[in-house]
Design a protein around this ligand. Sequence first.
Ligand SMILES: *Cc1c(COP(=O)(O)O)cnc(C)c1O
Length: 366
Amino acid sequence: MNKTLTPRPGPGILDIAKYVPGDSGASASGPIYKLSSNETPLGASPKAISAFKSAAGTLNLYPDGGASRLREAIAAFYGLNPDHIVCGSGSDEILSLLAQAYLRAGDEAVISRHGFLMYEICARANGARPVFAAETDLTASVDHLLEALSDKTRMVFLANPNNPTGTYLPFDEVRRLHGALPDDVVLVLDAAYAEYVRRNDYEAGIELVANTANVVMTRTFSKIYGLAGLRLGWAYCPENIAAVLNRVRGPFNVSAPAIAAGVAALEDRGFTEQAVEHNARWLDWLRSEITALGLRVTPSAGNFLLIHFPDEPGRGAADADAFLSARGLILRRLENYRLPHCLRTSVGTDAANHALVDALRAFLAG
Ligand SMILES: *Cc1c(COP(=O)(O)O)cnc(C)c1O
């Protein structure tokens, strides 16, 4: 036996930088405000929590592998065909399955320069090469995405709105992007923040999926619905892509408590409306207060805000992060998104938002 051999992963896998999740705790003495992962500050709907608890009585049983109740609830909510919906353990799983099904070694996946990190991970995990397209004002650029295409391109990932920048593409731009793609390239529209968007020119992608054979829209229960810990997402797909995802996914990839809580969360429209209201009010407030302090922020359509810091010793993003962490305010550093001079903050509770602005004021004064 040759003792110098070790198991080797597939091509590309060791090129994946380890994912650094949003920090969850500081060594501060007072309250901790976790603003690093775009979670809702409002928790989950009490109805979803109660449905989750009720599912505890039947944990010995496998879930419905087709997640039929949930797919039907989603279909009814949005007016979709349930056969074209595939649920997953978070939309992250759906992204992974799409990459696993449609990308192989030597292929290319086109990603916007500051696009969501999962896309690069998904591409590399399958030996495909991520090709990054330049942005304009931290916004995805259809022209640059199209310039990045080659005959090896098999997939284009677009988060709309994008995390961590918060910027979005008006839907006529998304349609223009799709119109210029070859029919055998999959366009993945990640609409994780769609529920928060209040813009007349925005669409999540439902119509485009319905009328094409190569567009997938992914959605999540992790953000507005406050079920990030449960891991629940879904995709709306053309028939051919749904058939592929249903072949590669695990037969029980969504848990019974997740199905139950997801259905209840969807039904609690009042709770969702309050969450949208809370976000709109405080996103606006944070933008204007932080701008008034003399810091630049990027206009956001999501539930988070990108704050820019000067590239000066003692005044930069890393300095601000240390100052804020010591006061219990956990924001997200963005070096791995090529945004070293920025911090991303989620919209928090009333108290968290005030604490953040007060701490930023103190940081700038110090
Ligand atoms: C948070 C987020 C998701 C959600 O991922 P889940 O796996 O559903 O929790 C997907 N895409 C983007 C861009 C996100 O920011």
